[in-house]
Design a protein around this ligand. Sequence first.
Ligand SMILES: NC(=O)NC(NC(N)=O)C(=O)[O-]
Length: 341
Amino acid sequence: MTQTLEPGDHLVDPGHWRTLPDLAARALGGAVLAANDESFAEKESLIRPYPVVHQPHTFGHKGQLYDGWETRRRRESGHDWAIVRLGIPGTVSGVVVDTAYFTGNFPPRISVDACRLDGHPDLTEILEADWRPLVPVAEAKGDSVNEYAVRDTGRCTHVRLNMHPDGGIARLRVHGTPVPDPSGFADLPLDLAALANGATVTGASNAFYSNPVGAITPGLPASQADGWETARRREPGHEWLDVRLAGRGTVRVAELDTTHLKHNAPGWASLEAHDGETAFTLLPRTKLQPDTPHRFVLDNDRPATSVRLHIYPDGGMARLRLYGRLTDDALAEMRRRFDAP
Ligand SMILES: NC(=O)NC(NC(N)=O)C(=O)[O-]
């Protein structure tokens, strides 16, 4: 990782697993598929993208309202569980179990399991899958961000969050590294900068307003908060964002999307590719429009492993898409990674 960080940056601890993307995030396609019980509060809240909200002494038909997943008080042995499909399958390096506002009703212990089921399994197949522990039964604190590092190198498609014996959890975040299924690429050109295809943000000069990984997430940007936005730059120079491509490949079309950046879009941008020690220009400094998805056809036939997006002088980028083809070696390496146990 080569982050250059400044106060207020979202990538607060470079190299820490919490800076890896949340593979369970709804924005990446995550879903809470099932839970054995959700008597007090709905399981779907576990992967809501928003900060947890709470208003004490607000009672619905079932009791106090909580923003999270909450089960009834258990009167028999056993434990409660919820199953989450990862939006992007991958290896998991750490799990966050946030019990915000659950004080008299948090689970004293949690555990997390994972399984790998490629394709499109139904719920019965998922329930009967070969589950393995990611986080063995561990203590949890109430009204706290509980962090658990994970040592597991296998590809995970689903996780199961367990509460021992019962209680409530506000949010579950599953931080890790995408491991795409290259058979889905079907020899077509692809977005070499897409998180879902295995690309990653490895650095940003400034990440004041948002986590820059937003710039390579799927779908259209929902708002100005969804993408990369820097603080106003008060010194000479300019801001930049580094993306390690899904694999070594040749970028032929670049999409620089300033959607929602109406009064804070960069004036200009350029793209610089890196292949090992060699650097070359993909897109020379080019004028940008606010709130606009720009598409540039590039005069390029050289493969690269990473790309630096320069923006002048500051602003951000809602989405960066770099369409092209992987080299045969990169595709073979991706197949090896996918096939690894
Ligand atoms: N949602 C609830 O009302 N939960 C509980 N009670 C309060 N007051 O929060 C509980 O676990 O019994």
